[in-house]
Design a protein around this ligand. Structure first.
Ligand SMILES: *Cc1c(COP(=O)(O)O)cnc(C)c1O
Length: 406
């Protein structure tokens, strides 16, 4: 292992970062240097248990061995060639992703979630152009990314502040309300775009019948149904794609976060007739689906298959459910659990940020989203012992926080 970068203390790294990096992130005062499985280490050698590895990208934990091996091999063979050539890793990964939808499809690769959604927006408009359709309906509390198209799709005013005007053509519907949505559709609407389970918006599981209702509306009005599975895809919820929990076929599915086990990769899968509109010249990404990222993606898919991790993701979620239900019985700060596989939302009656800080002091890494929701996106190969260890810490922190407040 190379030690070349591990010469600075946390304090020195933080000071350098504050001097030279933009201030657009709220960062914890910790500099991480190494990761393995569900643990990371800081520059002083302290170990942390990570229930939020890589913001959901670390679906196999940190430095999963097969991904590391694949990247090491590929990086010495062929790092990058543009998409004016064919490469085996990209073709093979495309096949693996399309096979796993159950409805086939064709794959376009890019490098991030927001880029995947930009591609979906363009593809939806390309499909609708001849019929004068360009509007896209999205939902309150959605999150689709930070570039201007995906940001315009993100129906949360706080993310639009100061950077308007937004891209025209986005229509925001109240989440879960089919009647309200129906009233917002017109002849110019080309697509409905939704996270099958909202992530950043607080781990919101759709009400029964809602996604099926969207499919029926899209069919009735000649609109495409786009699922943003950047957070929910790649086994996170116990299925390859979260939409497979419902009996429906979408038109476009976007992916990123966990797609390559922690290496940057984004993409979309579209039904063949829909994908056909991506003709030469309509869209591109220079680094999209490069051999290194694609090999990492293949290694991720193969690990999930060989280690039966879709089933394990389900078990992980159910163990969290049992342990967190015990916490709920002892602590009135927890008011609801929203769990689907290893996508876990813990609704609190109070602000979550202090809880995250107190967990950090106990060297447990968790996330808070939407103000009052603790969000856990653990590795789907996490052991029961580590789930128990982390849940014990979380329980102690929550119970102490409730006592302090009294
Ligand atoms: C994280 C996320 C994005 C944005 O992904 P980036 O890789 O940060 O651009 C888009 N949609 C959803 C649902 C996400 O969770």
């Amino acid at each position: 292992m190379t030690e070349t970068l591990e010469t600075l203390s946390s304090a020195e790294i933080i000071a350098k970062a504050k001097a030279h990096l933009t201030g657009n992130y709220t960062r914890f005062p910790v500099a991480l240097v190494r990761g393995e499985g569900s643990h990371v280490w800081d520059a002083e050698g302290n170990r942390y248990l990570d229930f939020f590895p890589g913001w959901g990208c670390g679906i196999l934990g940190h430095c999963p061995p097969r991904v590391v091996e694949a990247v090491r091999d590929q990086v010495g063979t062929l790092i990058h060639v543009p998409n004016s050539w064919y490469t085996e890793p990209q073709a093979v990964l495309g096949e693996l992703l399309a096979e796993r939808t159950g409805w086939g499809g064709q794959v376009f690769f890019c490098n991030s979630g927001t880029e995947a959604n930009e591609a979906a927006i363009k593809l939806a408009r390309l499909n609708g152009a001849a019929r004068g359709k360009y509007k896209i309906v999205t939902f309150t509390d959605s999150f689709h990314g930070r570039t201007m198209g995906s940001l315009s799709a993100t129906a949360q005013p706080k993310y639009h502040a100061g950077v308007g005007p937004m891209l025209p053509g986005f229509v925001y519907a109240p989440y879960g309300d089919l009647d309200a949505l129906t009233k917002l559709i017109d002849a110019e609407t080309c697509a409905v775009m939704i996270e099958p389970i909202q992530g950043e918006g607080g781990v919101n599981i759709p009400p029964p019948g809602f996604l099926e209702g969207l499919r029926a509306l899209c069919d009735a009005h000649g609109m495409l149904l786009i699922f943003d599975e950047v957070q929910t895809g790649m086994g996170r919820t116990g299925k390859w794609y979260a939409h497979q929990h419902w009996n429906l076929v979408p038109d476009i599915v976007t992916l990123a976060k966990a797609l390559a086990g922690g290496i940057a990769l984004g993409g979309l899968v579209a039904r063949n007739e829909v994908a056909a509109y991506l003709k030469p010249g309509t869209h591109a990404a220079t680094f999209g689906g490069n051999p290194v990222a694609a090999r990492a993606g293949i290694a991720t898919v193969e690990t999930i298959d060989d280690e039966n991790l879709l089933e394990r993701a389900h078990q992980v979620g159910e163990r969290f459910r049992v342990r967190l239900t015990e916490v709920m019985a002892k602590c009135s700060l927890v008011t609801e659990l929203r769990i689907m596989g290893a996508m876990i939302g813990v609704q609190l009656a109070v602000e979550g940020a202090p809880i995250v800080g107190k967990c950090l002091e106990r060297r447990l890494l968790v996330n808070c989203t939407h103000g009052t929701v603790l969000r856990l996106l653990p590795a789907i190969n996490l052991t029961d012992d580590l789930i128990d260890e982390g849940c014990d810490i979380l329980a102690e922190v929550l119970i102490a926080h409730e006592a302090d407040a009294k």
